[in-house]
Structure formats: structure tokens, C-alpha cells
Design a protein around this ligand. Structure first.
Ligand code: OOB
Length: 538
């Protein structure tokens, strides 16, 4: 059953990716059957809530089957879209695979999303179902669902996966399923719709096919050296690509490893689970990595099992990167990825110089990467430009977005990422900013990322966000919002910062016009610094 509004790869590339062995005839829910046959009695997933369940591969597979039959009996049909809005709990894992097993397509919302985002996803996808917990983190999702259901004509089912279903249907109360066989999915079909992390406009939906996403997870697991002895801790919201498939949950399942789902992203919850479950690998965004490093200085949990911390989602500054191994006693891997596809990893055996100062190199030998100037011509090797990419796990178009796709992709199918990078001779990429993250101050172009990088070297500053604020005289003013490092005796003054920047030889037009000191910076649904919200709050 083909999903409308998606863009397939052209035939020559389909042939190429199949022949190279990246794409196999596999579906994600079919793989779960294989994993259960291989590691049936091994623990697949541990729900990190107090007294949370632990399911073996066989138990997970059986539960997925039962729920898939129930969903089918409820009327969920192949190619139906269902918005899944669940935190890091076993119910997420069960619902994710069960929807695929009845041919439906999960749309993976993040727990922090609220009415505006969910309404947008349900409307854009014409979702027939919406799956929620009763409550999480003090928030009542049934209330949200009531509001969503009122304004969404396509929505037929609200399913409450955990807790009291109230007026809706509970996951355990689905009609008993029919014994008839469940539909078989096609490996080339869309398995899941991911949410774009883009910072401009409304989030878009990213179609990921069974075979491209299976490759994404398998190849990532290989790069990280994952084996059945590993224990992967999902601290980031599991609906996000990073902990889901880079290598995350799917990569861990693929090698028979164990997945532990952290109920909250904080270091105290994380460290307690590392000790209890003997966690070996986890993934964080930089603001969380900073907290883990700081808390590790006095925390007494046994973290000796941890061998690798992946950090990605936003630029990890080199100074913080250098603190990770001494503080946490594990290796570091930088990951520059996007839900759209392309993943870059530093390799486990890269030099510490590359690991600390680059965002990694592409996962696949057939990831095509171009670094281009504004006219779309390749820049001189080593210069900064926009990253364009194409490959066996990078989308060819956003879901139902034909007019947007017309400028987000080139005629020959490269995705124009909007990220600015430079590429080293080794192939490693250094992220230098975002195309749109350039402040126009009276005709001078100020790169927010460049100024942020300098400011982060200031001993009194811990976190920095630079952006433009509208100004009648010069168009945009350069505004820096900062938090102070624990060592800072007092907040630096704007003129001191300016003098310090001048001392580093930075051009005068980089001088911030405003300096705002905050206790903390607002974060996006996945935990990155949210500049848009910051700019709106000034
Ligand atoms: C990950 O995915 P998204 O879709 O939430 O965000 C993608 C965007 C990238 O286009 C880039 O602008 C930024 O986030 N980004 C980074 C970065 N990793 C992502 N910017 C600088 N340095 C990095 N290391 O964020 C994501 C998906 C899979 C794995 C890891 C992260």
C-alpha cells in the first residue's frame, strides 16, 4: 500500500544501493521477528521507571503481535497514519512495532510537543489515530487529546497506552484481534514519519522507508562497535532519530544488545541507571553532556561500565569535548546527524584531535556530500559552504510538501541541508553554522556560530546563544545571551567582553550590541538550545 506524497529514489540508485548490500529485503517489524528467533530469552528492553517492566525479545515480539491484532480489529488499516506521542517507556516500543505490523505508519511526536505541534502533525498526515500516555512529567495528555480530537476530522481513535484511559481506549482494552494474518509490509515502503528538527517554520514530516532505516541503524551499530554485550541507555526522547536509530534502540536490537529507557534526561536519573543496569553506551545533546560532566564531579554512582558517550544534535565545543573522558571515564563520539538522513560520526579509533574538534565523517561510502557556495558551485576544498547531500538513507522529499521540496532539493535529488560546514582532507566535517544564522548588521554579515565559538572560550561563560534582534538603524543588532560558568566570580560587562574579543583579534563588527545574562537557556523538545524562543523572550 503506497503512501501518497512521498518521493522514491530513482531506479538506478535503487539498483546501486541494493547491489551494494545497504538495502535488504527487510522490514522493521519483520526484523523484530528475526531478533526474537535469535535472542528470544535475552532481555531486549528495560523500562527505567521505578519497578518498570523488563521484556525479553520473545515477550516483546509476542506483545507487539497482540497489540497489532488489536489495532487491526479497531480498524487501523495499512498506510494509515497514527501520531505516537509517548515518553521513554516500553509502551513506545510496543506501539512503534505494532503499528508497523498492521501496515500503519507511526508519526513520531516528542513528549514536549503540545497542541500547536500535534494539531499540525495530525492535520498534515490526516492521522486516524493518536497514541498518548495518561500523563507524563505532570502533564495530562488526555486533556490535550480532547482538544486535538475536537478540531481534527480525520482522527477516529485516541489510544491511551498507559494509565487510566478515561473517555478513550486503553492499549490493554483493544478489541481482541482477529486470527487472520497481518498484512506484509514492503521494504521499499515508508515505515515511519520522523519530525524535522528544523528551526525555521513548522516542523516537517520525514518519510523513512523500512530498508533505509534498517540500514541506518545497522551501519551505525557497526561504527559504534555494538555487540550483544552492550547496554544502550536512551536518555534523549526515544521518538528522536538519534536515540531511535543512530544506532540507538534499533541498532542495539539488531545486535541483540539491551536497551534501557530513561524516564527523564537528568544526570541523577541517568547515573543511577548506568550503575544499576551496567550501561555501556548512551547519547546526549551538548547541554545535557555539560550537565553530566558537571554532576559527575561529585556524584558517587559507579559509572565504570560506560565505554562510549555519543554527543550530537548541536555543536559540541572543543573545550567541553575535552572534559568528557576525564569526568566520565568513557570515550567520546561526535555525531552530526539529521532526521532527514545523513549521519556523520567520529570513529572510535580517530585521533583525539579529530574527536574533539570535528563532527565526524559520513557513515556510508555512498553518502554523497557537496559543500557549495551561494550559487551552488563547490567551494575550494577546506572552505566553508552549505552542505548538500544524497545517499542510501537520506530522504528525497518531505512528506506532502511539494512546493517546499522544490527549493529544499536540487533537480538531481540532493538535500540542501542549510548547515554550513567545511570538510577536512580526511572527510571529517566541521560544522561552522547555519545558512540562516547570519546576522546582517548594517550590511556586515556576522556569523552567529563564529561569535559563539569565541565567546565560549571566555572563562566566565558556560553557554552562549547569539542571534540578531531587529533594529531600525542598522537592520539587526548582535545579541548574545549567556549563562555563567561555575568559576565566574561575577557577570562580565558588555565592554569587557568587547575588549576581550578585540584582544583575540576579532573584527569589530562581531562586537555584541547586547549582552544578556541568564540562569539557564530554554531548550527545544529534544534538549538543544532554543534560540527562537530566546529571541522571542527578550
Ligand atoms: C539531530 O537531528 P535533527 O533532525 O533534530 O536536527 C538536525 C540538525 C542538523 O541539520 C544540524 O543543524 C544540527 O541539527 N546538528 C548539529 C549536530 N548534529 C545535528 N550541529 C552541529 N553539530 C552537530 N554534531 O540532531 C540528530 C540526528 C541523528 C543523530 C544526531 C543528531
Amino acid at each position: 500500500m503506497k503512501l501518497d506524497g512521498t518521493n522514491p529514489w530513482p531506479d538506478d540508485l535503487v539498483r546501486k544501493y541494493r547491489e551494494a548490500g545497504y538495502w535488504r529485503d527487510e522490514t522493521l517489524d519483520g526484523l523484530l521477528h528475526d531478533w526474537a528467533a535469535r535472542s528470544g530469552s535475552e532481555i531486549a528492553v528495560v523500562d527505567g521507571r521505578p519497578d518498570g517492566p523488563r521484556l525479553s525479545y520473545a515477550e516483546l515480539d509476542q506483545r507487539v503481535d497482540r497489540v497489532a491484532r488489536g489495532l487491526r480489529a479497531l480498524g487501523i488499516a495499512p498506510a494509515d497514519r497514527v501520531v505516537v506521542h509517548l515518553p521513554n517507556t516500553v509502551e513506545f516500543v510496543v506501539v512503534f512495532f505494532a503499528l508497523m505490523r498492521c501496515g500503519a505508519v507511526p508519526v513520531l511526536a516528542l513528549p514536549a510537543h503540545r497542541h500547536v505541534e500535534i494539531e499540525h502533525f495530525v492535520g498534515l498526515a490526516d492521522a486516524v489515530g493518536y497514541v498518548i500516555p495518561e500523563r507524563h512529567d505532570g502533564f495530562d495528555y488526555r486533556e490535550l487529546a480532547t482538544g486535538i480530537a475536537e478540531g481534527a476530522p480525520s482522527l477516529r481513535h485516541v489510544i491511551v497506552a498507559s494509565g487510566d484511559p478515561g473517555p478513550f481506549v486503553g492499549l490493554d482494552d483493544l478489541p481482541s484481534g482477529t486470527p487472520e494474518p497481518l498484512p506484509e509490509s514492503d521494504p521499499a515502503e515508508v515505515a515511519v514519519l520522523l519530525i524535522s528538527g528544523g528551526t525555521t517554520g513548522k516542523p516537517k514530516l520525514i518519510p523513512r522507508t523500512h530498508r533505509d532505516y534498517a540500514y541506518n541503524a545497522r551501519a551505525s551499530a557497526e561504527i559504534c562497535g555494538l555487540t550483544a554485550r552492550d547496554v544502550y541507555l536512551a536518555c534523549l526522547p526515544i521518538a528522536h532519530n538519534f536515540p531511535l536509530a543512530c544506532p540507538g534502540m534499533l541498532g542495539a536490537f539488531g545486535v541483540g544488545a539491551r536497551v534501557v529507557l530513561a524516564p527523564a534526561p537528568s544526570p541523577d536519573v541517568g547515573f543511577a541507571l548506568v550503575e544499576r543496569e551496567r550501561v555501556t553506551v548512551t547519547a546526549l545533546v551538548p547541554p545535557m553532556a555539560r550537565m553530566w560532566v558537571e554532576v559527575a564531579e561529585w556524584d558517587t554512582h559507579d559509572r565504570s561500565s560506560l565505554r562510549l558517550l555519543q554527543v550530537g544534535g548541536a555543536k559540541l565545543d572543543a573545550a567541553l569535548a575535552r572534559r568528557i573522558t576525564p569526568a566520565l571515564g568513557c570515550g567520546v563520539q561526535q555525531v552530526f546527524g539529521m532526521a532527514e538522513g545523513l549521519l556523520n560520526y567520529t570513529r572510535l579509533d580517530d585521533s583525539s584531535e579529530l574527536i574533539e574538534s570535528t563532527q565526524g565523517r559520513p557513515l556510508c561510502p555512498d553518502d554523497e556530500v557537496l559543500v557549495v557556495d551561494r550559487s551552488g558551485s563547490p567551494v575550494e576544498p577546506g572552505s566553508s559552504g552549505e552542505l548538500w547531500t544524497r545517499g542510501p538513507y537520506t530522504l528525497r522529499g518531505y512528506y506532502r510538501a511539494s512546493s517546499y521540496n522544490a527549493h529544499a532539493f536540487t533537480a538531481d535529488g540532493f538535500y540542501c541541508s542549510g548547515d554550513l560546514v567545511r570538510q577536512l582532507p580526511s572527510g571529517h566535517l566541521v560544522v561552522t553554522g547555519r545558512v540562516k544564522d547570519v546576522i546582517n548588521r548594517g550590511g556586515e554579515n556576522v556569523s552567529a556560530a563564529t561569535l559563539e565559538e569565541h565567546l565560549l572560550e571566555h572563562p566566565s561563560l558556560a553557554q552562549v546563544a547569539v542571534f540578531g534582534v531587529p533594529d531600525e538603524a542598522v537592520g539587526e543588532l548582535v545579541c548574545a545571551v549567556v549563562t555563567l560558568s561555575p568559576e565566574a566570580a561575577r557577570a562580565p560587562k558588555l565592554r569587557e567582553i568587547r575588549a576581550w574579543l578585540a584582544g583575540r583579534g576579532l573584527a569589530r563588527f562581531f562586537n555584541p550590541d547586547r549582552l544578556v545574562v541568564r540562569e539557564s537557556l530554554p531548550l527545544t523538545a529534544v534538549g538543544k538550545i532554543d534560540k527562537r524562543q530566546l529571541a522571542g523572550s527578550l
